[in-house]
Ligand binder design. Structure first.
Ligand code: HEC
Ligand code: HEC
Length: 138
C-alpha cells in the first residue's frame, strides 16, 4: 500500500481512489519461471481462457518477441491459465493485453493519459511501477 501511495502522489492521482486491494494470485512454478522472466507473471484471472489459448498458441510472435516454449511446458502452463482464467467479455481483448480489457479500463479510469506516459511508468503493462507486490502478491 505504501509504494502505491508514494508513486500515485508523484503522479498526482487522487489518493482517495488509491485504496487498492490485494489480488489472490494462484501459483504454479513452471508458469512463474517461464512467464515471469521478462515481466511480472500476469495474474491468470485477468484474462479469459480464450485469450490465454490464443496467447499460448502464438508465443513465437509474442508482442514483438519470441517466447516459444517446449510443447510440454506450454501445455502445463496453458492448463494452469485456463483453470484460473477470468470469465466473459470483461476479461477479453483482441490485442490479448490485460491492459486493453474492459476490466482494466474500469479499474484504472482514475489515471489520466499524462500519467500513463510518465517516464516512471512508460507502459500500462508495467504493473509493478505502481503496484509492486502490494496488489499483485508474491
Ligand atoms: C522473452 C520475453 C518474454 C517472455 C518469456 C514472456 N513475455 Fe509476455 N510480454 C513480453 C513483452 C516484450 C510484452 C509487451 C510488454 C509491453 O508492451 O510493455 C509482453 C506482454 C505480455 C502480455 C500483455 C500485457 C498487457 O496487458 O499489456 C501478457 C498477457 C503476457 N505477456 C503473457 C505472457 C505469458 C503467459 C508468458 C509465458 C508463457 C510470457 N508472457 C512470457 C515478453 C515476454
Ligand atoms: C500508473 C499506475 C498503474 C499501473 C501501471 C497499473 N495500475 Fe493497477 N491500479 C492503479 C490505480 C491508481 C488503481 C485504482 C485503485 C482504486 O481505485 O482503488 C488500480 C487498480 C488496480 C486493481 C484493482 C484493485 C482492487 O481493489 O481490486 C488491480 C487488480 C490492478 N490495478 C492491477 C493492475 C495490473 C495487473 C496492471 C498491469 C497490467 C496494472 N494494474 C497497472 C495504478 C496502476
Amino acid at each position: 500500500m505504501k509504494r502505491v501511495a508514494v508513486l500515485l502522489l508523484a503522479l498526482e492521482v487522487n489518493l482517495a481512489h488509491a485504496e487498492a486491494g490485494r489480488l489472490s494470485v494462484p501459483n504454479n512454478a513452471t508458469w512463474k519461471q517461464e512467464c515471469g522472466s521478462c515481466h511480472i507473471p500476469y495474474p491468470p484471472q485477468l484474462l479469459s481462457a480464450e485469450n490465454w489459448q490464443r496467447l499460448m498458441g502464438s508465443l513465437d510472435r509474442h508482442f514483438g518477441v519470441n517466447a516459444t516454449l517446449d510443447a510440454g511446458d506450454n501445455r502445463k502452463i496453458l492448463n494452469f491459465l485456463e483453470h484460473n482464467a477470468g470469465s466473459g467479455a470483461r476479461y477479453s481483448a483482441d490485442s490479448l493485453r490485460i491492459s486493453d480489457t474492459p476490466w482494466f479500463k474500469h479499474e484504472h479510469h482514475v489515471i489520466s493519459d499524462k500519467e500513463w506516459i510518465n517516464p516512471e511508468v512508460r507502459s500500462r503493462s508495467n504493473c509493478s511501477a505502481c503496484h509492486g507486490k502490494v496488489i499483485l502478491g508474491d
